[in-house]
Ligand binder design. Sequence first.
Ligand SMILES: C[C@H](N)C(=O)N[C@H](CCC(=O)O)C(=O)O
Ligand SMILES: [Mg+2]
Length: 363
Amino acid sequence: MKITEIRLGSISVPLRVPFKTALRTVTSVEDIILEIHTDTGAVGYGEAPPTGAVTGHTTGAIVGALKDHIIPNLLGKDIDAFEDLMQLVQSCVHGNSSAKAAADMALWDLYGQLYKLPVYKLLGGARKQLVTDITISVNEPEEMARDAGTAIARGYDCLKVKVGADPTLDVARLRAVREVAGADIRLRIDANQAWEPKQAVRILNEMQEQGLKLEFVEQPVKAHDIEGLKYVTEHSFVPVLADESVFSPRDAMRVLEQRAADLINIKLMKCGGIYNALKIVAAAEIYGVECMIGCMLEAKISVNAAVELACAKKVFTRIDLDGPVLCSEDPILGGARFEEKFITVSDEAGMGIRGVEGLRYLD
Ligand SMILES: C[C@H](N)C(=O)N[C@H](CCC(=O)O)C(=O)O
Ligand SMILES: [Mg+2]
């Protein structure tokens, strides 16, 4: 199976409600789509969201890395030389993990099609279904309570509550959400780097003292502040999950070795795809640290790739793959079935993506 052509396109999908974190506000998903065509007629699909405020990867950066580096290196290559292709994607350009993730997942899609196996089975096949949380954007407490009520009415029993934009409101935000949620709904929070270490410990311990019962806090402090992350992990009653502090397998090793967090959030866009995600999975397993599988604000091709990975490996005990259910429509044909909190992986060879409605080709 030889690569004959690689095409880029873009999609625009409106969100149900604006997505707001301490880092950014967006009202639609605007993703780059990659199609890898082969001489057998098989097509592999990839996707990358521009998340400049989180990863530094703008639309231009993703398209540039793909057009100038990744695509020229892949054209004409044989999918069967899979390990070579994986290393090529990671080594042909520095950084640019989102563009690399798009290429990586399209290649895994083709590799599965070549050997007629779903990717999640190729990688271990631990399960077929996941249950995701859903994100509540950071807003005034009353609006967050309303959004939490809507999410619970849709059947979600685990809410990922964004905090950190004006931290003085954070305890009130959680109180308002917990009041609507009752005692049984799980609440996890994500500060997206907004707090200072001591401030984080103060806020978290106050939340616990008020009986708000948090499952964990995600990325309380700046991404680069591993010492601060460790400080919060050691001084707060709430378990800490590292998100923006862990992009690459090397980042993961540092956090694991220093015991700077209790949990790690693996996202394909941060680590450059499944090839590198598997290295983080192995490291976390060795250190006995459980992982969350997460996503950026992404549509279903790239979240589908994360579903394949999460269904393969048991280390993923927390699931945050709500990108598609935050969207008001789904232009992606095939792949996993998203039925509110329930996600069922596709049993088709590769990743099961069949096409994209309304794709605007860039060439
Ligand atoms: C969408 C997902 N639930 C989520 O909250 N991801 C964010 C980053 C999303 C973005 O800004 O695109 C996170 O975990 O920090
Ligand atoms: Mg996060």
